[in-house]
Design a protein around this ligand. Structure first.
Ligand SMILES: C[S@@+](CC[C@H](N)C(=O)[O-])C[C@H]1O[C@@H](n2cnc3c(N)ncnc32)[C@H](O)[C@@H]1O
Length: 288
């Protein structure tokens, strides 16, 4: 049975491991760097659109295309309250707010990302439909049953406490609500080759097998509404990214910006990890 005992809203408390994850993602000057990069790409930063931002604010495999595809299976409706856990720079939050007329709250461990997400939403005049706050996905700073939809993309691979992460998302989800995720899991093909976009080495990478994921979801009594293994399309996407890098020498601006000096190696390794079955990618929607 689901434990429905009311638990006070978490405080977004962090663990020691969390500080290493923040070190991996934080840059210190990301807001200004993004705006400068967009200007260098010929964009008018006073008249930005969500599409302008997609090369830098969709920090997951297949970029905005993956978000668009998954959102179609969620049953989003105008006025719904959505929580984007590990929202990064808020690209997905803004997409859902604009396309589905929802109110989206993003929560992320990395304070700088929350600040930049707010700055970008301000620039797009979306501050009334999106809000961002710092907090941990393992101790969500929200009351029970606060959201109609919980969304998470490419976050849990940095989280060791899987049952806290999934348990917290279910706690804040309304009965009858939906959990949507697009995520990376351990494949059967052997050890992951590092660096990868979420970790320079294995120390902050916590991949679980799909069987363990399914066990987590069963224990929370979540029912599958949609389930798709995206490993092949993800491998093809990284394969094309590697080909472009081999042709042009450098990864695209957005990738370099967010993946740092090892960006090129991360793309090559991900292409290999996906093709060799070291990792697998699942997108899914479950109902509570
Ligand atoms: C690869 S990025 C994905 C960002 C966003 N979901 C997207 O797809 O654009 C991973 C994000 O997860 C966040 N994160 C990692 N561990 C977290 C945790 N315990 N709680 C909340 N956010 C976390 C990181 O700060 C980072 O912003």
């Amino acid at each position: 049975m689901i434990n429905d005992t009311a638990k006070p809203a978490g405080k977004g408390r962090m663990t020691t491991g969390d500080s290493h994850v923040i070190e991996h993602y934080a840059m210190g000057d990301l807001g200004e760097t993004i705006l400068r990069t967009l200007r260098d790409m010929g964009k008018d930063t006073n008249a930005l659109t969500p599409e302008d931002l997609a090369p830098v604010d969709a920090m997951h495999i297949r970029g905005r295309e993956a978000t668009v595809a998954l959102a179609k299976h969620v049953g989003l409706e105008p006025g719904m309250r959505v929580l984007d856990v590990g929202c990064g720079l808020g690209g997905t939050s803004r997409h859902l707010a604009v396309e589905y007329d929802c109110h989206v709250t993003g929560v992320d461990l990395t304070e700088e990302y929350c600040q930049v997400a707010s700055l970008l939403s301000d620039r797009l005049h979306l501050a009334d439909r999106t809000e961002f706050r710092q907090g941990s996905g393992t101790d969500l700073p929200f009351e029970d049953h606060s959201f109609d939809v919980i969304w998470t993309e490419h976050v849990q691979m940095n989280i060791a406490a899987k049952s806290d992460f999934y348990g917290e998302m279910v706690r804040v989800l309304n009965p009858g609500g939906r959990l949507a995720f697009h995520d990376v899991f351990r494949g059967a093909g052997g050890d992951v080759v590092y660096p990868v976009p979420w970790a320079e080495d294995a120390s902050i990478s916590h991949l679980m097998a799909v069987e363990e994921l399914e066990q987590q979801l069963r224990s929370l009594e979540l029912k599958k509404v949609y389930w798709e293994d995206c490993t092949r399309v993800s491998a093809e996407w990284f394969g094309r990214a590697v080909q472009r890098v081999q042709k042009h020498g450098l990864p695209p601006m957005g990738v370099r910006l967010l993946m740092g000096p090892t960006a090129r190696q991360k793309l090559i390794n991900m292409s290999h990890n996906l093709q060799a079955g070291h990792v697998t990618v699942i997108e899914a929607v479950l109902s509570r």
